[in-house]
Design a protein around this ligand. Sequence first.
Ligand code: SF4
Ligand code: SF4
Length: 374
Amino acid sequence: MEKAKVFWTDMRCKTGDSLLHKMDRLIKKAGIEEIDFNNKFVCVKVHFGEPGNLAFLRPNFAKTVCDKIKKLGGRPFLADCNTLYVGRRKDALMHMEAAFENGYTPLSTGVHNIIADGLKGTDDIEVPVKGAQYCKVARIGRAVMDADIVISLNHFKGHENASFGGALKNIGMGCGSRAGKMAMHNEGKPEVQQEVCRGCKTCAKFCAHNAISFNASKKASIDHKKCVGCGRCIGTCNYSAISNNVWSANDILNAKIAEYSKAVLDGRPNFHITVINQVSPFCDCHAESDAPIVPDIGIFAGFNPVALDRACLDAINAAPAIASSILGERDHKHTDHGTDHFIDVHPATNGLTQLTHAEKIGLGTSQYELIKVK
Ligand code: SF4
Ligand code: SF4
């Protein structure tokens, strides 16, 4: 397969320019104007950020993308779907409040927010997935599927099960309804290492399924009959006492994310933009954002989400670890996988399985040509 073109710009800005202007030039150069937006509904998939997290993308980036789409005649809206876990984005009312609190309002972005799977996360469409190994049908938020065009605006960061989250994670996991997210997560269920557990009970507060209980010594354990495998508790434990050490489960999750991405993108014009800044070790679904693991790198864009994710991953892996981050603490302790900063942070994961499965099912190529834009 021919190499996909991935365009990128760095974070440098001369006086009189701005990163937003650079982003505008980048997406133009990367070909967004080739899409016929005329009077089309355009879903711009974003992550509004869990309140408390400060690493999520500023709404200014979304405004730049939506302004461009409007200039090209399109009718953009910002979209996300509800979460599986307990938090402040688990139904549409809370989710809208969280988006507003984080600055995503029509006043700041010039467009409306739509919670694509409805009030309770049940408004989805069953979409057949061509060539799927695990999800013959994906359950996608209705408003995403009603759109004529899909644009993903992604923040690249780490993830405790998927290893990293880029375009595919934002599209595949992010556009799944609550039932869709459950279907993607249900292969693996975490365990508590009781000798490490301090009995603080934080994990139980974040479990939406009452799956975590405590014994007489205040040690946590997880009831796998109740647990849906959402992985939320893993990141909430400050002592790293909870982990999902089933490699195959994380790999299958990644394969399902690729298959859900295919369900969202197949048959519709699509384009993808990823910002590599504030690369936190955990997802923007966390109500905190730990120190970034590498310095800010730039903005990347292109038509092929697989190549885009691979280019972003390579750029991050080529960057030095920030010494004061979790990566700085853990770097060089795991040497059997070469250089993968996200595996250093989340040793039971391998994000490449997301990309290899995406290639296998025909979503795109991970071979890319990198083109710099000033
Ligand atoms: S958050 Fe961690 S340390 Fe606290 S109770 Fe849960 S497993 Fe134990
Ligand atoms: S115990 Fe299971 S359901 Fe509860 S937060 Fe952890 S992974 Fe999710």
